[in-house]
Design a protein around this ligand. Structure first.
Ligand SMILES: O=P(O)(O)OC[C@H]1O[C@H](O)[C@H](O)[C@@H](O)[C@@H]1O
Length: 528
C-alpha cells in the first residue's frame, strides 16, 4: 500500500471519541473488507450476548453467576433494586470512610493520622490496585501505598524493614473476593505477627474487602476491624478494579474514584453500540481476531509510551489471559483458546526485545498506547526545538512504521493524558473488548477452572510435607524412597526430595546427607 492509500486507510478506520478525547487506530492491522464482512455474524452474536450479559443473564454458566461489572458505573443498569442500592451505598461508604481517614477522625491508636497502607491481595485483588497506584497516585498522596501480592517471605521482610518505624501508623487492607486464597491469608498472618511483635493492635489498623460471609469477612467482623467493604458475587476478580477492590486503595491515595467511574461509564456507552465502526471495543476485538485467526496465534504486545502506565500490560495479562485462555468452548469442544499478553513500556522496551519483533519470529501484534500530553508544564529543549517528549513521540511513530514495513501489525490507542477518567475508560474498553472477543470465539470468559489445579496440587504438597515430618520424627535416618514408603506415598519421591531440600535450606531442622548431584543417594534426618 502506498503512502496515500495508507493515509486514507488510517482515516477510514480511525475511531475518535469526542468526550474522552480518545483515539483508536487499527489501520495498521492488514485485514481487508472481505474479512470484515465475514466477521459480521460473529460480531452480531457478540453484540447480542453482551446486551444479555448487561441485563443480568447468567453469563458465567458453570459458576451460575451473573457478570455485573458494567453496573458498577451505571447502577441504573443493575437487574434488581437491591443490587442498585448496594452499588450506590458501597461507593458512599468508601468515600465516608476515606474522608474520616484523611481528616484523622479515624486514626491509629498511637498516632494522629494513618500515613501508609499495606494492601494485601493477589490476582484481581492486586493487579488493578497496583496498576492504578502507579498510574494515578499523586506526588503528595495522603497515604503511601505498599503491596504484598505474594507468599514470598523475603519480599514481605523487605517491606517490613522499610515500614518498621511506621507500622503504628500504617493501615492494612486485606483484599480477597473469596476470602480464602492462601497468599493473602499468609500475608495477613505475617502482618498480624509483625504488629503483635510491636505490641500494636492489628484490628485497629485493619480493613477488609471481601465477599459477605467469607472466611476473611468472618475474621474481620469477629475481630472488630475498622471496616469491611463488600465484594459482590457478580463482580469477577479481574474485572474488580472499579469496585471496592480498586476504590478503597485508590480513594485512600487521593485518587478521584468518581472520575474513574465517569470515564468508564462514558466508554461503556460507546462500547455498547451495536455497530463495528463506532464501537472501539468491537474494533479491538476484531483486530485481535484478525491477528490470531481467532485462535490466539499471535501474542499481544502492549507498549504504553508513558512510565506511569508501566503496569497496564501486567494488569491486562490477567484480564485477557485468565478470561480467554480456555481449554473448551461453550459447547464443550476442545479449543485451547487464549491470547498471550506481554509488554512493559516504550521506548524502554525498544532497547530490549523490539529487535526480535521487527526481524525475528513474527508471532505477535503490537498495541501502542500513546499519551498526547508529555508533562504538566513546559519542557527544556534537548536539541534545538526538540524536547524529550518529542523524542518519545518520535520513537513511538518510528517503531510503528518500522514494524509495518516488515509486515508486523499494530494497533494504536491514544489518550490525551493519564488521569482518573482516561484510566477508567481504558479499563472499561479492555473489559468490553475481552467480553466481545470471548463471545466471538464462543468461550466462557468469566471463569478460571485452570487455576484450581495448581492450587489443589500445592495443598497436596503441604499435606505431604506434614506426613514426611511425622515419618522423620519417628525415624533416625531414612532414604527418600523409605520416607515415601512410610508416608504411604511411594509415587511421591521426587516431591518429597524437593520439599526436604527446601526445608533443609531454611533452618527447619531437616538434614540431608549424601551426594546432592545424585538425589537418590540422599538420606534425611531431623536435627538433634
Ligand atoms: O480475590 P481472591 O478471591 O483472593 O482471588 C484472587 C485471584 O485468585 C484466583 O486464583 C483467581 O484465579 C483470580 O481470578 C483471582 O483474582
Amino acid at each position: 500500500m502506498d503512502a496515500a492509500a495508507l493515509w486514507q486507510r488510517y482515516q477510514d478506520w480511525l475511531y475518535y471519541h469526542e468526550g474522552l478525547e480518545f483515539y483508536l487506530d487499527i489501520s495498521r492491522m492488514r485485514f481487508d473488507d472481505s474479512f470484515v464482512a465475514a466477521m459480521q455474524p460473529k460480531l452480531d452474536k457478540a453484540f447480542k450476548e453482551m446486551d444479555a450479559l448487561e441485563k443480568g443473564a447468567i453469563a458465567n454458566p458453570d459458576e451460575n453467576r451473573m457478570v455485573g461489572h458494567y453496573w458498577l458505573r451505571n447502577p441504573e443498569l443493575a437487574p434488581t433494586p437491591e443490587i442498585k442500592q448496594e452499588i450506590i451505598e458501597t461507593v458512599e461508604q468508601i468515600e465516608a470512610f476515606v474522608s474520616k481517614i484523611h481528616s484523622g477522625e479515624i486514626h491509629p491508636p498511637d498516632a494522629r493520622k494513618f500515613t501508609d497502607i499495606i494492601s494485601i491481595g493477589i490476582g484481581g485483588s492486586a493487579l488493578g490496585p497496583e496498576f492504578v497506584a502507579e498510574a494515578l497516585a499523586p506526588d503528595n498522596a495522603p497515604l503511601d501505598i505498599h503491596f504484598i501480592d505474594n507468599s514470598d517471605p523475603a519480599g514481605i521482610d523487605r517491606l517490613f524493614s522499610k515500614l518498621k518505624d511506621r507500622l503504628y501508623r500504617t493501615l492494612v487492607i486485606v483484599i480477597s473476593k473469596s476470602g480464602g486464597t492462601p497468599e493473602p491469608r499468609n500475608g495477613m498472618i505475617e502482618v498480624q505477627n509483625a504488629y503483635a511483635k510491636q505490641n500494636l493492635n492489628f484490628s485497629a489498623h485493619a480493613v477488609a474487602v471481601t465477599g459477605t460471609g467469607s472466611k476473611l469477612y468472618n475474621v474481620a467482623t469477629s475481630e472488630n476491624w475498622l471496616a469491611t467493604f463488600p465484594m459482590p458475587d457478580w463482580v469477577g476478580g479481574r474485572t474488580s478494579e472499579l469496585s471496592a477492590v480498586g476504590f478503597v486503595p485508590a480513594a485512600l491515595q487521593g485518587i478521584d474514584i468518581r472520575e474513574m467511574l465517569a470515564g468508564a461509564k462514558e466508554m461503556d456507552i460507546a462500547t455498547r453500540k451495536p455497530d463495528l465502526k463506532t464501537n472501539p471495543a468491537a474494533l479491538l476485538a476484531l483486530a485481535w481476531y484478525f491477528a490470531g485467526n481467532g485462535r490466539g496465534e499471535k501474542d499481544m504486545v502492549v507498549l504504553p509510551y508513558k512510565d506511569s502506565l508501566l503496569l497496564f500490560s501486567r494488569y491486562l495479562q490477567q484480564l485477557v489471559m485468565e478470561s480467554l485462555g480456555k481449554e473448551k468452548d461453550l459447547d464443550g469442544n476442545i479449543v485451547y483458546q487464549g491470547i498471550a499478553v506481554y509488554g512493559n513500556k516504550g521506548s524502554t522496551d525498544q532497547h530490549a526485545y523490539v529487535q526480535q519483533l521487527r526481524e525475528g519470529v513474527p508471532n505477535f501484534f503490537m498495541t501502542f498506547i500513546e499519551v498526547l500530553e508529555d508533562r504538566q508544564g513546559s519542557s527544556v529543549e534537548i536539541d534545538p526545538g526538540v524536547t524529550s517528549g518529542d523524542y518519545l513521540s518520535g520513537f513511538l511513530q518510528g517503531t510503528r512504521q518500522a514494524l509495518y514495513e516488515k509486515k508486523r501489525d499494530s494497533i494504536t490507542v491514544t489518550i490525551p493524558q493519564v488521569n482518573p477518567r482516561t484510566v477508567g475508560a481504558l479499563i472499561a474498553l479492555y473489559e468490553r473488548a475481552v467480553g466481545f472477543y470471548g463471545f466471538m470465539v464462543n468461550i466462557n470468559a468469566y471463569h478460571q477452572p485452570g487455576v484450581e489445579a495448581g492450587k489443589k496440587a500445592a495443598a497436596e504438597i503441604l499435606d505431604l510435607q506434614k506426613k514426611v515430618m511425622e515419618v522423620l520424627k519417628e525415624n533416625a535416618s531414612l532414604s527418600l524412597s523409605e520416607i515415601a514408603e512410610k508416608a504411604g506415598q511411594p509415587d511421591q519421591v521426587e516431591a518429597i526430595y524437593k520439599l526436604l531440600r527446601h526445608l533443609s535450606n531454611n533452618d527447619r531442622g531437616v538434614i540431608l546427607q549424601g551426594n546432592l548431584a545424585q538425589p537418590s543417594s540422599l538420606k534425611a534426618s531431623l536435627q538433634g
